[in-house]
Write a protein that binds this ligand. Structure first.
Ligand code: 13P
Ligand code: SF4
Length: 310
């Protein structure tokens, strides 16, 4: 099938099956364009909580599908490619994290949404990059906090809030890969451009940023700003929506190190294609299943996050 035929077939299926297609901003542009909902991690969780569809096709990575399934246990949640994992979620094995948590019984456990259901099940409150600062600050200054798994986001939140949270040593291989040298070169080439960076990037890169924020926060900043040029240090899929909302502005992706590519793409996110989306919806395959007991435990910190983000 060509692209037009695929789009028509997906449109027909989603109507017949009362399905909703949700996509993260890091999906390829074909998927973003066909999605009913596009958003960052927080928006996808919020929309999953509100949907009346019978089937959710979550175009993102596995933990996003899992989060939707935990929020909507009675719905069918499908993902286009089961192999779409996440290096950050993988950097936090549930058994090790649980052991770490048990070793610190008087600590509140805050986990980034980029975790497996089993990690969420031993968490007090889940956060995304959109609400992490606000949720951490809602606890008393002297609250003892474990923050996992992203050391860069945790370090950033520690810096901006003056906290001293205990950090898990995990990271996202995509955001850690931005080249500081190439960014410095780009800043010389585009001296008036604002640098937008995601807090999953290393501190040395964040030091060069004008704005640090979640995917949604960076998009909102770019849209509201009077500036005309932006150097973007997050997964390059977001440039599609940035450009769509701001056709008169220029968005330049910051490249990764050790690569000739101009754009930094998440290899997991980019496993999803329009064709895989069509097949998973047509055959209702790649269904996310979460153990009932783990799901019930993981729901509590997710609901707490959704409540705190209203
Ligand atoms: P946000 O969607 O919260 O910006 O997180 C970025 C990310 O890396 C998702 O996997
Ligand atoms: Fe995971 Fe990083 Fe890919 Fe996001 S960009 S899904 S954090 S590997």
């Amino acid at each position: 099938m060509n692209k037009k035929e695929l789009v028509e077939a997906i449109n027909k299926l989603r109507k017949e099956k009362n399905a909703v297609i949700m996509a993260h901003y890091y999906q390829n542009s074909d998927i973003q364009d066909i999605a009913d909902v596009i958003g960052d991690s927080l928006a996808l969780a919020q929309k999953a909580a509100q949907t009346e569809a019978d089937i959710i096709v979550l175009c993102g990575v596995h933990f996003m599908g899992e989060t939707a399934k935990i929020i909507c246990p009675d719905k069918k949640v499908l993902v286009p490619d089961m192999e779409a994992g996440c290096s950050l979620a993988d950097s936090c094995a549930a058994e090790e994290f649980e052991k770490f948590v048990k070793e610190h019984p008087d600590y509140t456990v805050i986990s980034y949404v980029n975790t497996t259901a089993a990690v969420k099940a031993v968490t007090d409150v889940v956060v995304t990059s959109t609400n992490a600062k606000q949720i951490v600050e809602s606890f008393p200054k002297d609250e003892k906090i474990i923050f996992g798994p992203d050391r860069n986001l945790g370090n950033y939140i520690n810096n901006v809030t003056g906290r001293n949270m205990l950090l898990w040593n995990g990271a996202c291989h995509v955001h850690e890969q931005f080249s500081v040298e190439k960014l410095v070169e780009l800043k010389k080439q585009y001296p008036s451009a604002k640098v937008l960076a995601h807090p999953e990037c290393k501190n040395v890169l964040l030091q060069l940023a004008d704005v640090v924020g979640s995917t949604q926060a960076l998009l909102d900043y770019a849209t509201k700003s009077d500036e005309k040029q932006f150097l973007v240090a997050t997964e390059s899929g977001i440039l599609h929506e940035m450009q769509k909302q701001n056709p008169e502005k220029e968005f330049i992706p910051v490249p990764p190190a050790d690569s000739t590519c101009a754009c930094n793409e998440c290899n997991f996110m980019r496993l999803n294609t329009l064709e895989k989306l069509y097949i998973c919806l047509r055959d209702e395959i790649n269904e996310i299943v979460v153990d009932k007991e783990i799901s019930e435990k993981a729901l509590k910190p997710i609901v707490r996050m959704l409540e705190m983000s209203k």
